[in-house]
Design a protein around this ligand. Structure first.
Ligand SMILES: Nc1ncnc2c1ncn2[C@@H]1O[C@H](COP(=O)(O)OP(=O)(O)O)[C@@H](O)[C@H]1O
Ligand SMILES: [Mg+2]
Length: 253
């Protein structure tokens, strides 16, 4: 089937969906880091992230968090509702790691006194700079009401995911969310969009502190594929056929 490609990003491709207001989100194996300076492939990542994000979005829907997720279509694709993406990366930190450790000189692994939410402008050319609520309101990226809704949803998602991951022996160190606006007969709702996966979360094994996320790729720690598989396995969503059935991506034009 030939479908119109709407957008190709670093990790996913968006195609026109079967009905107006829907899109098909295709998960690639491509991995990038450090503002696109490092490129690579993580074999089977797209298949695993498709499943992992499906599972987590469904669980979030069950506690009343509105998401863009409709249903998984196949190994690498899911049907989503098209939203107007709010151009912010919403980052939640429970434990210091990555840029906060560098910027503020906090040792990686330090438990933060409370969850810290940061906003970055989604702009690859600018390197996704951190912005404040002042910038967000002044430049109209989100209204104060929208941002308040985003913050409330984000904190609920953080509480829920902390417990969910702890239950499978993983510490949710930090993660990134994207939200969008969805209109339904003149009513606007903010919904969770994009994906939640080891690409967008830092997950550390509770027992060994081993990194089980994209930091294995960023920092050349090895066993990248295995880490993603282990997260999927613990969530109970590892495809039955296992790695054998995980083929490289075949992006249709
Ligand atoms: N429901 C949605 N509707 C419209 N756009 C979306 C939706 N969910 C995610 N997106 C956007 O689709 C793109 C997903 O592909 P990705 O490879 O992550 O792109 P990028 O390189 O821009 O991060 C992102 O730009 C994301 O903001
Ligand atoms: Mg992205």
């Amino acid at each position: 089937m030939r479908r119109k490609k709407i957008y190709e990003g670093k990790a996913k491709v968006l195609f026109e969906g079967p009905e107006p207001g829907t899109l098909v989100q295709y998960f690639k194996d491509d991995a990038t880091a450090f503002n696109n300076q490092k490129h690579g492939l993580i074999a089977g990542k797209g298949v695993l992230n498709n499943r992992i994000s499906e599972y987590l979005m469904q669980k979030l829907e069950e506690i009343g968090i509105p998401t863009h997720f409709v249903r998984r279509l196949n190994m690498r694709e899911q049907l989503i509702r098209e939203v107007e993406i709010i151009p912010l990366e919403v980052i939640v930190r429970n434990v210091a790691a990555g840029s906060i450790s560098k910027r503020l000189g906090i040792e990686e692994g330090t438990i933060l006194p409370r969850a810290i939410v940061e906003y970055c402008l989604k702009d690859d050319a600018l390197g996704d700079p951190m912005v404040t609520e002042e910038h967000i309101a002044a430049f109209g990226w989100a209204s104060p009401q929208d941002l308040d809704e985003i913050l409330q949803l984000t904190l609920r998602i953080n509480d829920f995911l902390n417990g969910l991951f702890l239950g499978i022996g993983l510490k949710l160190v930090d993660f990134k969310l994207e939200f969008g606006r969805l209109w339904e007969d003149d009513q606007m709702r903010i919904v969770l969009a994009d994906e939640i996966s080891p690409d967008s979360c830092r997950l550390w094994d509770v027992a060994t502190s081993e990194k089980m996320d994209k930091d294995r790729f960023r920092r050349d720690l090895g066993n990248v594929e295995e880490a993603y598989q282990e997260v999927a396995r613990r969530l109970g969503v590892l495809p039955e056929a296992g790695p054998v059935d995980i083929k490289p991506p075949r992006v249709m034009q």
